[in-house]
Design a protein. Structure first.
Length: 740
């Protein structure tokens, strides 16, 4: 009853209407009570004469009408009519009673009017009252002293009105000042609102009413296009529940993460808190957004890196082991586990050479290409992962026999053997693969991975570029391998790797033309160990290059001594075997020449023997290293010639000083047809001015036949076995043929 109508939305109008309604609610019963009180306590009172009921009842009716207008928000209309009718009633009662002093009650009307009416309406009430005041003495039935009337009642009315005007003016000025300060504060808040890093949004009834430039920047839109737009249209459906929840709460103390759309329909990650405020009793939500897109991308990147290899994009070791364990658990729990899956552990052969010689940038390119090829070679449900370095894993799902895994391994090796072009380098990559199959007997992913790793090491030990299935006995062999590595480390510390020498003869002149250097392990307990046992392990340990240089240096020291004491001016070369490992090292030429010169030798005293397959790889780095050695005066000898795809182009390109045919070609001496081939080959080498020799000579008959075919060089047990430095010193002083 004392509240204005809900249709009134203007806050000031609603406040004044409420105040007027409450004032009327108080005045109506008070006026009614005091009007009729005399009638109740004075029986002799004349109703019509003493209470002026004819005027009171219309006044009460007017109060009822005024209440209705005030309830509808028409407070100005209500007060104006109250002031008008109230002034008239006061005038009539004062004149009728002949008591003009009652006209001072006009001030009460003026006071009420000053609270609700604008100045021009207030003046109209005052002027009307002044007219009535000056008219009163003339219509009053009782004579009125005009001088006293003017100096008292009129003066009191004017002063009272002046005070009311002053009070009203002061109130208006105070309100104006308050409004100015409020606008200034509002402007400051708006400026602060705008410069906040957080994007601020004011939402009324789900529609954006105001938005800062920061938020517009977050979502990549112009601010004016956002105002008036439903807030939810900026967010994808998965964020609607969170936004609705925030708008439904009075306060959202905790930050929520949501996803918004920018102008390009790209996702923008935002953090939002909200609070509701009431303006004109209408809820208005203020939401503060912070752009966390960069942070989310960093979190996603960290999450991605935690489970993926950064270089290749493949799953990493952690992701692989997690997936493997899941597959093993599912396989264990399956009711029908007739199927199986296989793990192929792949390690690139001699990949370290690429990194060391061509740099890690080239190596990274090779690894990316390997990853691409493995991905292309896998089946749809298979998993490819990179464990690190040059190690990869391929998990074959739903494998029903070892034959399937074997076929995949062969396909992988074929795919990897295709040349890889990186910048100006054409590189050839091979791999060793270990295969472990799970038919339900594994419970640990790590064990499965370790077994495949063991099988891979067996593939490396058995020649590289191949595959091997895991067998339980391999674990014991792995332990022996680890023990061997420990011994090798001690052997390096104690310099137990020494050179052995085997002579090379000129078959036509029956004289020594060189000594080939072989590496041996002089074990303190097991004696001399041949390189087939330990060379792969030294290479795996990354120690082969250093050990080779150490053996070369010992050989240079021995050969230098022989030249001073035995050979003198005799033309003979020291043949050192070099492999891709050495030739791919950028510092190899300098390391070799430095050691040659340190022992008083000339580069022309040395010949490097390179196996034919190394040259067939056509590695740019290998060719560059050989050219540098040849320019320095070192001789190039192609070893095991005839075992690869030999070509005249290769001979013309590398320009070797000599070629040594592989020992397997000695058997050709027993065939008339092949003898003709050997004779043609000798003639061809002579025409190209390349010395030709052969290895593996074991009988006098072979020596005689090779002499007839005009072979220049020969090497084999019939001429001399590999021997130690001390034995070689003794050999130089004994008959050359058959001696050790």
């Amino acid at each position: 009853m004392i509240e204005p109508s809900a249709s009134i939305t203007d806050p000031e109008r609603r406040l004044k209407s409420r105040f007027l309604i409450r004032t009327l609610a108080i005045l109506f019963p008070i006026g009614f009570f005091f009007t009729f009180l005399p009638l109740l306590i004075l029986p002799q009172a004349n109703w019509l004469r003493d209470t002026d009921i004819l005027f009171v009842l219309p006044a009460l009716a007017l109060l009822a009408f005024a209440y209705g207008w005030a309830h509808r928000g028409e407070h100005e209309k209500s007060v104006w009519w109250l002031s008008l009718v109230g002034s008239i009633i006061i005038f009539i009662i004062a004149v009728q009673d002949g008591d003009v002093e009652d006209l001072v009650y006009f001030l009460l009307v003026l006071f009420l009017a000053s609270m609700f009416l604008p100045p021009r309406w207030l003046w109209s009430v005052f002027i009307g009252q002044v007219i009535l005041v000056f008219w009163a003495p003339f219509v009053s039935p009782v004579p009125v002293d005009l001088v006293e009337f003017v100096t008292s009642e009129v003066a009191f009315l004017v002063v009272g009105f002046a005070l009311i005007l002053l009070l009203n003016t002061y109130r208006e000025q105070l309100e104006t000042l308050h409004q100015r300060l409020l606008r200034q504060r509002e402007r400051q808040y708006r400026e602060l609102f705008e410069i906040l890093f957080e994007g601020m949004v004011i939402v009324r009834d789900g529609v954006i009413e105001h938005v800062t430039e920061s938020f517009a920047t977050f979502v990549g839109r112009r601010r004016e296009t956002l105002i008036g737009r439903p807030l939810l249209t900026l967010f994808p459906p998965e964020s609607h529940a969170i936004i609705k929840h925030i708008l439904a709460e009075k306060k959202s103390p905790h930050a929520h993460e949501v996803v918004a759309w920018n102008a390009e329909n790209q996702h923008v990650y935002l953090e939002v808190v909200g609070k509701v405020f009431y303006f004109d009793e209408t809820p208005v939500h203020i939401l503060a957004f912070r752009d966390i897109t960069h942070r989310k991308h960093m979190e996603q990147e960290l999450q991605y890196r935690a489970h993926h290899d950064v270089l290749t994009g493949l799953p990493n070791r952690a992701a692989l082991l997690a997936r493997l364990q899941q597959m093993i658990d599912e396989h264990q729990n399956a009711k029908n586990n007739s199927g199986a899956f296989a793990l192929l552990f792949l390690d690139l052969d001699r990949f370290k050479l690429i990194n060391d010689s061509l740099g890690h940038a080239v190596g990274d390119q090779v690894l990316r290409e390997v990853a691409i090829r493995l991905q292309s070679a896998r089946r749809e449900d298979d998993i490819v992962a990179r464990l690190g370095g040059d190690e990869f894993v391929l998990v074959l799902t739903d494998v029903h026999s070892p034959h399937e895994a074997e076929q995949v391994a062969k396909r992988l090796l074929d795919v990897l053997r295709q040349p890889i072009r990186v910048n100006d380098h054409e590189l050839y990559v091979d791999a060793s693969i270990g295969i472990a199959m799970d038919i339900g007997d594994y419970t640990s992913a790590m064990t499965l991975l370790q077994d495949a790793d063991i099988a891979m090491y067996h593939a490396k030990a058995e020649g590289r570029g191949t595959y091997r299935f895991f067998k339980t006995a391999m674990r014991e062999e792995l332990q022996r391998t680890h023990a061997m590595k420990m011994e090798l480390r001690r052997a390096i510390q104690h310099q137990q790797f020494v050179p052995f020498y085997q002579p090379i003869f000129n078959l036509q002149q029956n004289r020594v033309v060189g000594m080939e250097v072989f590496m041996r392990w002089q074990h303190p307990e097991r004696g001399v160990i041949s390189p087939e046992t330990f060379l792969p392990l030294l290479e795996e340990m990354g120690a082969l290059y250093t050990v080779s240089l150490s053996v070369y240096e010992q050989a240079f020291r021995d050969f230098s001594q022989w030249k001073r004491t035995i050979l003198h001016e005799t033309a003979a070369w020291l043949h050192v075997n070099v492999d891709t490992l050495q030739l791919m090292q950028s510092e190899f030429v300098q390391d070799l020449l430095t050691r040659i010169e340190a022992h008083g030798l000339s580069p022309s005293d040395i010949a490097v023997q390179v196996h034919e397959p190394v040259l067939l790889s056509r590695s740019v780095m290998v060719e560059k290293t050989l050219q540098m050695l040849q320019r320095a005066g070192v001789h190039l000898v192609i070893d095991d010639f005839g075992t690869g795809y030999s070509s005249l182009t290769l001979l013309h390109h590398v320009k070797p000083a000599a070629v040594m045919l592989d020992r397997t070609l000695i058997e050709w001496l027993d065939s008339v047809e092949y003898v003709r081939v050997l004779k043609g080959l000798v003639n061809l080498m002579h025409a190209m001015q390349v010395t030709i020799g052969i290895e593996g000579i074991e009988t006098e008959a072979q020596l005689h036949r090779l002499h007839q075919l005009a072979f220049e060089w020969g090497q084999g047990y019939a001429l001399g076995r590999p021997m130690s430095s001390a034995a070689a010193m003794r050999w130089w002083h004994s008959p050359p043929v058959g001696a050790e």
